[in-house]
Unconditional design. Structure first.
Length: 443
């Protein structure tokens, strides 16, 4: 294996290039421009002998797949799946330019540094190093640099799963996210599952009228506002999952607080005591409904007869589409006479088993860096490309390995947040752990 310092340097350089490509995905088809990072990676792989394939389902929305063929067709394969798109920034909130990838005091700053370009860069460095070295994997090693993860993956893993599964299929998968130390021992988080997602639109019907005489009006905007505030106050029934119980255990909290955090009757009054972890604690124990887009009215002197509210609903394991509609009807109560619930998007929560050779290899990789640490399986409250694999029964984990300066609260805060950055020490740990894992699983 190449000198770890060299691999770290290569990863840092590649990461900075990926950040500068600014593949910002705002949800529209023509955003993203992931082709820029595909070109960067083609340059990075030039001369490595790696088999490359590029797909571009929509102009500019490209993904690159690299493969090393295994020596044994029957041996299990491993895919490293990294997205190249990033979410937009709120420039006012940043203390540095989010797209120049400055390296300051051992940290690389920029949108996507943590989510998840440092991992995508690490995967690329590891597969290139293996392609150019003497190690021959028994099973195939696949690297996929994919578009559009930040907006539903319809030009990325979603498209590939439907049209070119041959390129990205594997027996085991690594992707984002994980690696934050938790508790005193510490435990290192690895994402083994994620909440599901449901999409609904509330269509609110009122009666149009003149804005100069609003008394008694059935203003759709006013009804929508009431609906939104009811949904904001609504609490779905608490579910204490085994993953959440395990998570609380390793936090090393005072026993009394740990008890309340795992008691369905008391958790709601305890989450605020967790500081930066409060939102995660709440989302880990509840199916959540967030009203995120509200539209009503188009002229200031006309009382609107129509309003819409788009909901982001994240469901825990065991919750189905029937539960979701029942929660909405319950929360909205008698307002339902003016409201139609539209849409039936539903993807159930997914979870991979942990009794796999890949999980064992990750545990060993972590133990090399943190001798007393164990790997803590976490249910992510957000979504990732892992769901496309888990749904088909393929174990997929979110993995990385961060330095001791990190905690899970900071880690979560920087995802899609201001001043996103990653330290070189974490990159070094991650590249070494991935390199070890790949050789362990495919050796
Ligand atoms: Zn991500």
């Amino acid at each position: 294996m190449t000198d770890p310092e060299v691999l770290t340097r290569q990863t840092v350089d590649l990461l900075r290039d990926l950040i500068r490509n600014a593949c910002v995905n705002d949800g529209t088809a023509d955003s993203g421009g992931e082709i820029r990072s595909v070109r960067t990676l083609e340059g990075f792989f030039a001369g490595s002998g790696l088999e490359l394939e590029v797909v571009e389902p929509h102009h500019g929305r490209a993904s690159l797949i690299a493969r090393i063929r295994g020596t044994d067709k029957a041996a299990p394969s491993l895919a490293l799946v990294g997205h190249t798109d990033v979410v937009p920034v709120d420039l006012d909130g940043w203390s540095r330019d989010p797209f120049t990838a400055e390296l300051i005091d051992g940290e690389i700053w920029g949108r996507g540094a943590l989510d998840m370009l440092y991992l995508t860069a690490s995967y690329a460095v590891v597969i290139r190093d293996i392609a150019m070295g003497p190690f021959r994997p028994r099973g195939d090693l696949i690297f996929a640099a994919v578009a559009d993860e930040e907006s539903g993956s319809r030009y990325g893993v979603g498209w590939l799963t439907e049209h070119r599964l041959d390129l990205i299929d594997a027996d085991f998968v690594l992707t984002e996210s994980g690696g934050a130390p938790v508790g005193v021992r510490p435990s290192i988080t690895t994402t083994v599952g994620e909440k599901g997602i449901a999409g609904r639109r509330l269509v609110v019907h009122g009666t149009p009228g003149h804005g100069s005489a609003p008394w008694g009006a059935r203003n759709a905007a006013v009804i929508a506002a009431e609906a939104v505030s009811r949904l904001a106050r609504f609490e779905a029934p608490v579910q204490i999952t085994a993953d959440w119980r395990h998570y609380v255990e390793v936090l090393g909290l005072p026993a009394e607080l740990a008890e309340r955090l795992t008691d369905p009757a008391r958790i709601d009054d305890a989450v605020h005591e967790l500081g930066t972890l409060a939102g995660f604690a709440h989302a880990s124990s509840h199916t959540t409904i967030s009203p995120n887009i509200i539209r009503a009215g188009n002229k200031e002197n006309v009382i609107p007869s129509l309003a819409t509210v788009d909901l982001d609903i994240r469901v825990l394991p065991g919750i189905d589409t029937g539960h979701v509609d029942a929660y909405l009807r319950h929360a909205l109560g008698e307002l339902m006479v003016d409201i139609e619930i539209v849409g039936d998007r539903f993807e159930a929560a997914t979870r991979s088993p942990v009794d796999t050779p890949l999980f064992a290899a990750l545990s060993a990789a972590v133990a090399r860096a943190y001798p007393n640490a164990d790997l803590l399986p976490v249910l992510s409250v957000g979504g990732s490309d892992a769901r496309f694999y888990r749904r088909r029964g393929i174990p997929a984990y979110g993995f990385g390995l961060l330095s001791p300066r990190w905690d899970y609260g900071t880690f979560r805060m920087l995802f899609h947040g201001n001043d996103e950055r990653i330290d070189v020490a974490s990159i070094a740990l991650t590249v070494a752990a991935l390199d070890f894992t790949v050789r362990e699983v495919l050796g």
